[in-house]
Design a protein around this ligand. Sequence first.
Ligand SMILES: Cc1cc2nc3c(=O)[nH]c(=O)nc-3n(C[C@H](O)[C@H](O)[C@H](O)COP(=O)(O)O)c2cc1C
Length: 183
Amino acid sequence: MRILIVYHSDYGSTEKMAQAIAAGASASQPNCHISTKQAAETGLDDLQQADVIFFGTPVHMGSMAWQMKKLVDETSKLWMENVLEGKVGGVFATGGGLGSAGGGIEQTLISLHSNFLEHGMIVVGFPKSLPSYADAGLQWGVAARTSNHEGMPQGINESALVAARSYGAHVAAMAAHILGFDL
Ligand SMILES: Cc1cc2nc3c(=O)[nH]c(=O)nc-3n(C[C@H](O)[C@H](O)[C@H](O)COP(=O)(O)O)c2cc1C
């Protein structure tokens, strides 16, 4: 099973989450091939070759970073040929999150779901029973807050990394089951 974790990150928080998702997936499914790639370095052939695709982004002005949206828009070529149909997807995001409702992180995750579902992919959510869901979970995927109450960046904390590892492990296990790699 080939797992591809695609993300954009300017300051490293989303990249750390991508690496934690990779670590969780690897612990859960030691025999799978896992790679992480910046969105700007990801080609359509990378997506085509993967069985499982994660998309991760920082929240920028309430939605995904433009570098991620550029790749999302480019996948329209794959949509024409139904190339991503039946692949398994997972999503994650980081955001400063100033205010009580996360600064747009929830709709950012949902818009990534929307793209995966448009392709006919199977999207795996984040069950609340998994470790650190209460710290960095939403039913859609991993949602890590990276700013303090003054809106100043403070980076990724350990509990968010635990959430990312547990989600990575969960999506990989679900994908192995759904796609028949655990037979
Ligand atoms: C241009 C820009 C716009 C941002 N807009 C938002 C926003 O609307 N909501 C939010 O919660 N955080 C916002 N942030 C904060 C980032 O989402 C947050 O710092 C994120 O964790 C950065 O991830 P990175 O370290 O991977 O680049 C913004 C940051 C930048 C640079």
